[in-house]
Design a protein around this ligand. Structure first.
Ligand code: PLP
Length: 397
C-alpha cells in the first residue's frame, strides 16, 4: 500500500503541465512556430552575460571538488553574505549571512516555511486568490496544516479585506502573499500593504501569538511603469521572504533561491533553526553548489527584462481594444483577463482551436478568468493577436 495522497497527486498532472504537453504534441503536427503557448512561466530571455561569465570562470579556474562538492546545509557563507549585502544596498536593511538559508528555488523556500511554522494540524494558512496553485499542496500535504482561501477581489486583484477579516482566528498561523502576482500581474499598493500589516499586528496582539507573513517574491524585480521594487519585510517584523533567481536571472532550471528570516522575527534563532530543520526534513539541503557560486558574484544582477514590458503593452492594449476585460498588470509576466463565457475551462478549450494555449483561472482559485503567460518572443505575441480577435468574434465581440 502506498501513500494514497501523494499517489493521487503524482497521477494528476497540473493543468498547466497538461496544456504544456498538449502544445508539445500539437507542435509535432503543425510546427512549433504555429503554437501560441502562453501556458507556462518559463522565461525566454537569456540569463545575463555576468552569469555566463561567472559559470565559465568558475568551471575553468576551480578544482572540480570546489565546484561540485557539498556545501554546508544552509548554503555557503560567501553566497549568503553576498545576498545580504545586495539586499542591504537596495533596501537599507542590515541582514547578514545568518539571516539566509539557500534553497532550490521559491517552491522549496515556500514549502520549507510552511513546514517550519506548522505546529499542529489545526494551524491555518491564508492564501489570497488568485494564487500559485502549489501553495495549497505545500500547506495541506507538505506541512499538514489547513489552507484557507480568500476569494479574489476581481475589480483590482488587491486583497479582499472584508473576506480576509472574517477568516482570521486564533488558529491563523500565517498568510502568504505574492506581489507582483502570478497570475494577475498585479503589484500590491502601499495602501494594501499598510492595511495588511496593521491588521496582522493587531490580530497577533489580540491572539497572543505572531501571525507570520510569508512573502513569495520571485517577481520582485519584474515591474513596469517605473514603480519601485516591492519589499515588505521591513514593514512587518514577522515576515519570512521566499525568493528565487528563476525569473530575475532567467535560471528556472538551475533551482536556486533562498529563505530570508530577518532578526526582527520573534524568537529569530528558533525560527531560523526550524527553517534549517524543515530543509532537512524535506531534503532541501545544500542548494546547487555551482549556482551558489554564481549567485555570490551576480546577486545584484537582473536579466534584460524589457521585452516583458513590451509584450505586456502589446497584449494589454490589443486585447482590451478587442473588448476583453483585464486589470492592467504592473509586474511579473502574466495577464489575467476575464473569459468570454462563464466556464473558463470551456473558454480555454475553445481557444485551443486556434492553437492558443491558455490556462483557466479556476486553477488559481479565480474562475471566470484565464492566464496568459507572456514571457515569449514579441513576434509570438504579435502573431497571436489576430487569433485572439477570431476567438472574441465567436462570442460576438
Ligand atoms: N511562486 C510563484 C508565485 C511562482 O510563480 C513560481 C513559479 O512560477 C514559484 C513560486 C516557484 O518558483 P521556482 O521556480 O523558483 O521554484
Amino acid at each position: 500500500m502506498l501513500n494514497q495522497t501523494v499517489l493521487a497527486l503524482g497521477k494528476k498532472r497540473s493543468t498547466i503541465r497538461e496544456i504544456f504537453e498538449f502544445g508539445n504534441q500539437r507542435a509535432k503536427i503543425v510546427g512549433r512556430e504555429n503554437i501560441f503557448d502562453f501556458s507556462i512561466g518559463n522565461p525566454n530571455v537569456p540569463a545575463p552575460e555576468s552569469v555566463q561569465d561567472a559559470i565559465r570562470d568558475i568551471i575553468t579556474t576551480k578544482h572540480p571538488s570546489a565546484i561540485h562538492g557539498y556545501t554546508s546545509a544552509q548554503g555557503t557563507e560567501d553566497c549568503r553574505a553576498a545576498i545580504a549585502e545586495s539586499l542591504n544596498a537596495r533596501f537599507g536593511t542590515d541582514y547578514s549571512a545568518k539571516n539566509l538559508y539557500m534553497t532550490l528555488g521559491a517552491a522549496a523556500s515556500i514549502s520549507i516555511c510552511f513546514t517550519a511554522l506548522t505546529a499542529a494540524p489545526q494551524d491555518e494558512f491564508i492564501v489570497f486568490a488568485p494564487f500559485f496553485p502549489e501553495y495549497q499542496v505545500f500547506i495541506e500535504h507538505g506541512a499538514g496544516a489547513k489552507c484557507v482561501i480568500i476569494p479574489a477581489q476581481v475589480e483590482d486583484f488587491q486583497i479582499n479585506f472584508a473576506e480576509f477579516e472574517k477568516k482570521l482566528n486564533p488558529h491563523t498561523k500565517g498568510i502568504i502573499i505574492n506581489s507582483p502576482n502570478n497570475p494577475s500581474g498585479v503589484v500590491y499598493s502601499d495602501e494594501t500593504i499598510n492595511r495588511l500589516t496593521a491588521l496582522l499586528s493587531a490580530k497577533s496582539e489580540e491572539y497572543g501569538h505572531p501571525i507570520y507573513l510569508i512573502s513569495d517574491e520571485p517577481y520582485r524585480e519584474i515591474i513596469y511603469d517605473g514603480i519601485t521594487a516591492p519589499f515588505i519585510a521591513p514593514s512587518y517584523k514577522n515576515t519570512l521572504v521566499c525568493y528565487s533567481y528563476s525569473k530575475s536571472l532567467s535560471l528556472p532550471g538551475e533551482r536556486i533561491g533562498y529563505v530570508l528570516v530577518p532578526n526582527t522575527v520573534d524568537n529569530f534563532e528558533d525560527v531560523y533553526a526550524a527553517v534549517c530543520g524543515a530543509g532537512r526534513v524535506l531534503g532541501y539541503v545544500c542548494a546547487p553548489s555551482l549556482f551558489q557560486q554564481v549567485i555570490t558574484r551576480c546577486a545584484a544582477d537582473v536579466a534584460d527584462i524589457s521585452i516583458y514590458e513590451k509584450n505586456r503593452n502589446i497584449l494589454f492594449e490589443g486585447l482590451t481594444s478587442m473588448g476583453y476585460s483585464c486589470v492592467k498588470p504592473e509586474g511579473a509576466f502574466y495577464l489575467f483577463p476575464k473569459t468570454l463565457e462563464e466556464d473558463d475551462f470551456a473558454f480555454c478549450e475553445r481557444a485551443k482551436k486556434y492553437d492558443l494555449l491558455l490556462v483557466p483561472g479556476s486553477d488559481f482559485g479565480a474562475p471566470g478568468h484565464f492566464r496568459i503567460s507572456y514571457c515569449v518572443q514579441t513576434e509570438t505575441v504579435q502573431r497571436a493577436l489576430p487569433l485572439f480577435e477570431k476567438l472574441a468574434k465567436e462570442y460576438g465581440l
